[in-house]
Ligand binder design. Sequence first.
Ligand SMILES: NC(=O)c1ccc[n+]([C@@H]2O[C@H](COP(=O)([O-])OP(=O)(O)OC[C@H]3O[C@@H](n4cnc5c(N)ncnc54)[C@H](OP(=O)(O)O)[C@@H]3O)[C@@H](O)[C@H]2O)c1
Length: 296
Amino acid sequence: MYLVTGATGQLGRRVVRRLIALNQPVRAFVRLRSDYDLLKQWGADIFIGDIEDVRDIEKSYAGVNYVISCHASKIGSSRIQKIDYRGTVDLIDQAKRNGIHHFSLVSPLAVGGDRQDSPLLKAKYEVESYLQGSGLPYTIFRPTTLMSSLLPLAERFQQTGVYFLIGNPEHRLQLTSPDDLARIMVAASQMNITHDQIFSLAHPTVMTRQEIPKQLGYFFNRQPFVVNIPMAAIDGARHLIGLISSDLQTEMGTLRTLLAYESLCPDPEIERVEKLFNIQLESLEIFLNRYLGIGD
Ligand SMILES: NC(=O)c1ccc[n+]([C@@H]2O[C@H](COP(=O)([O-])OP(=O)(O)OC[C@H]3O[C@@H](n4cnc5c(N)ncnc54)[C@H](OP(=O)(O)O)[C@@H]3O)[C@@H](O)[C@H]2O)c1
């Protein structure tokens, strides 16, 4: 039995769907207030709990052999310590107690960069280290930004033609398909060769931030109206927020760090993933076509 945390999230729901497609029994760890109907319809065993409560974690492990950890707090959340750090450490400890076969963890690629100003990246890095030292068979995945993060922006663009570009328009990035990542994570759990390793991944196409609205404009056949919010505005807002709440100012550090980080995955890493998992990673164009049914 697989235990999937964050099962209602962008990645977690795709992991659940993939496991069910492969006829693997899966328990979806969800919060009561979440929208988990679809997971239930697919046939997942629904476990209602909160990752902040260690008793919920303990109970969720009955009959579990594999864990795919996909839970996360929202960017800028004040719950990083409780959800991303302590909740994941508790999940790892419980995995040890239950002698599970494999534990999968996912962190943003940016975890390998400068973490100093980001409580979230620090938590992710510390949890990676904790898992590596746990003695459990594990695989850690470090994708770039998930393409599914763009879907709400694409839908708003389709309706209004407006795209909010935050940060430097020339800033480069690569994106990762969450469907590819889900497929790879599920495969890795069953492949001894991938155990105790870290995989960085992204689709090889390097884009600048300003190319995203251009690509959406092409898809929707609509001239984009780009509103650029420069880094200086983010820094100014952060400074003002700091006058009211130093906690909130600290939490905004993750947004600042991620905006300043060029999320680029080295080519040899991408080739390694494609070869090992026998997969051709999908482009943003293909991903948008599948979800929005547009383009050629
Ligand atoms: N999105 C990206 O671009 C990206 C890029 C690189 C790495 N990652 C990593 O990939 C993983 C998945 O990201 P995602 O984008 O799929 O996240 P997401 O869509 O924000 O989903 C987060 C999930 O965590 C659950 N969750 C939050 N707090 C919880 C709690 N206290 N108890 C139980 N469940 C809780 C949420 O449940 P609710 O439905 O109840 O809120 C949701 O299912 C994360 O570790 C993230 O850091 C994401």
